[in-house]
Design a binder for this molecule. Structure first.
Ligand SMILES: N[C@@H](CCC(=O)N[C@@H](CS)C(=O)NCC(=O)O)C(=O)O
Length: 208
């Protein structure tokens, strides 16, 4: 299988970390791919994902899967041993819902990045940026009140995605102060981010 990714992307990291947690790294080749709003990678869009977004996963039978959540569900379905999602029932949908909340933090943080880094300053919309930060803060507040229910021996997709969201905040907004405002979450993340799946997927600058 081939994973199309970009080193700073929290969505790509979510898949990469899931591959490692599932013990499937020997089956996945990494393909760094340049994507940036305003500079469409048309070769990639034509061959892999018409939306031009990463991550995408090319399977061994030649299909391309996206987006990150679908890829993670697929990889989990292939794994006979370790799982990152419960198989069925309300437990599965609880993990998927918590994952969706963490995924929403990634979405809001990426929107802020695009708005503040890519959009010309004269066209930036402060209200929109503030609204995205409010979403992030409310989601972090929820996790801060609920991380105590998580065991940390085996990471699930919600925990992996939350880790990617927090890692992305550290990477792009290191002075946002999330640890000071959400101390229980910071206590949960400190050992969690030491996992091999996180230490070997730290965000870095994109390929050009
Ligand atoms: N819902 C998608 C989001 C993927 C996404 O937005 N990726 C960003 C990189 S962090 C991207 O490809 N941006 C390029 C673009 O929007 O053209 C997923 O979960 O995979």
């Amino acid at each position: 299988m081939k994973l199309f990714y970009s080193p700073p992307s929290p969505f790509a990291r979510k898949v990469h970390a899931s591959v490692i947690e599932l013990g499937m790294m020997s089956e996945v080749e990494l393909q760094a791919t340049s994507v940036q709003p305003g500079k469409p990678n048309l070769d990639y869009a034509k061959a892999q994902n018409p939306l031009g977004k990463i991550p995408a996963l090319e399977t061994d039978t030649g299909e391309t899967l996206y987006d990150s959540t679908i890829i993670c569900e697929y990889l989990d379905s292939l794994s006979a041993g370790t799982k990152i999602l419960p198989n069925s029932g309300i437990e599965r949908y609880k993990v998927l819902t918590h994952h969706a909340l963490a995924h929403g933090i990634c979405e809001a943080a990426v929107i802020i990045r695009y708005e503040t880094f890519l959009r010309p300053e004269a066209h930036q919309w402060d209200v929109w940026i503030t609204d995205q930060w409010s979403k992030i803060d409310r989601a972090l507040t929820w996790f801060n009140a609920n991380t105590d229910q998580w065991q940390t021996t085996q990471a699930d997709l919600a925990q992996i995605t939350l880790g990617c969201a927090l890692g992305y905040l550290d990477f792009r907004a290191a002075d946002c102060g999330w640890r000071e405002n959400h101390t229980a979450l910071a206590e949960w993340f400190a050992p969690f981010e030491q996992r091999e799946s996180f230490q070997s997927t730290l965000p870095t600058a994109p390929v050009s």
